[in-house]
Design a protein around this ligand. Structure first.
Ligand SMILES: Nc1nc2c(c(=O)[nH]1)N[C@@H](CN(C=O)c1ccc(C(=O)N[C@@H](CCC(=O)O)C(=O)O)cc1)CN2
Length: 296
């Protein structure tokens, strides 16, 4: 039997609509317009597309968008000066530096220069610590999107066995923290995990975030499980370029109960959650109630 697909595109559109409604209210009642600044260094083609889409969707939600495109040889000092300026700008509620950065720039240093209250990526060390200790944090967009889809499907995640394959700071670790916060029993699996197939087969919720094309086959999936595929891998097959996830969709769809496709699954939720985080950051900056269905 074939699994039910989660339509991330449609889900993301619903999130964006909710954000737009709240933004309109903020403008009408309080005269406040949330603002998002996105910084791109260099000419990575995929990053250029993501940044363009971020700007477009920010404006469509009624927020202000500030785009800063810097050349690939920008010095760390110049980038840090820009971040300082954005930190001090009251019209900017969210700051995002598009990753990956060129090799000569220290990503950790740059990310940790962002005011944690404006860190809508949730990558700043303060937000990482707040999330890990169950406090109010800015939550990384991709894991937040996965959590929203899981909550929508299950209602409560309490007591479910969740396996997160991948231990990156951007997805794997925060995903595990969020699932733990929702009372799942969480295992983080990775390249050194012994009998990883058997570990995965114990999962009610299997989140694949390893960055290896189609690494997880259907026989690693427990029948009826929910599979969330975070991978976005560009491969060439039969002479054609193709986007695939970390899960072998063709075999997994036959075993899983629910599955996210690639493309059109988790990906679109990343930008939708960025807009939600910008709204949240704006509400927090002005001591206003934040929309509870758009945060963790
Ligand atoms: N500062 C950040 N950098 C990066 C992040 C991030 O969250 N913050 N994530 C990724 C890139 N990313 C957003 O920045 C992103 C990735 C994928 C998608 C998306 O909609 N994917 C589509 C397919 C799009 C395609 O054809 O390429 C899908 O999966 O359906 C949106 C945003 C790395 N950098």
């Amino acid at each position: 039997m074939s699994a039910q697909l989660i339509d991330g595109k449609a889900f993301a559109a619903t999130v964006r609509e909710k954000v737009a409604t709240q933004v309109e209210k903020l403008k009408e009642v309080h005269g406040i317009t949330p603002g998002l600044a996105v910084v791109l260094v260099g000419e990575d083609p995929a990053s250029e597309v993501y940044v363009r889409n971020k700007g477009k969707q920010t404006l469509e939600c009624g927020m202000n968008s500030y785009e800063h495109k810097l050349s690939s040889d920008t010095s760390e000092a110049d980038l840090l000066t820009l971040i300082e300026t954005l930190n001090a700008d009251p019209a900017v509620h969210g700051i995002l530096v598009q990753l990956p950065l060129p090799d000569h720039l220290d990503s950790d240093l740059v990310i940790n220069a962002i005011d944690p209250a404006k860190d809508v990526d949730g990558f700043h060390i303060s937000n990482v610590g707040l999330l890990a200790t169950g406090q109010k944090a800015m939550v990384p967009c991709t894991p937040l999107g996965c959590l929203m889809m899981l909550r929508d499907h299950y209602g409560s995640l309490s007591g479910l066995n969740a396996v997160v394959v991948g231990r990156s700071n951007i997805v794997g670790k925060p995903m595990a923290q969020l699932l733990l916060r929702d009372s799942c029993t969480v295992t983080i699996a990775h390249s050194r995990t012994k009998d990883i197939a058997e570990v995965c087969r114990g999962a009610d919720i299997l989140v694949a975030a390893v960055g290896r094309p189609e690494m997880i086959p259907g026989n690693w999936v427990k029948p009826g499980a929910t599979v969330i595929d975070v991978g976005i891998n560009r491969i060439e097959r039969d002479g054609k370029r193709k986007l695939v996830g970390d899960v072998d969709f063709a075999s997994a769809v036959e075993v899983a109960g629910v599955i996210t496709p690639v493309p059109g699954g988790v990906g679109p939720m990343t930008i939708a959650c960025l807009l939600a985080n910008t709204l949240t950051a704006c509400c927090r900056a002005h001591d206003l109630p934040e929309p509870s269905d758009l945060t963790a």
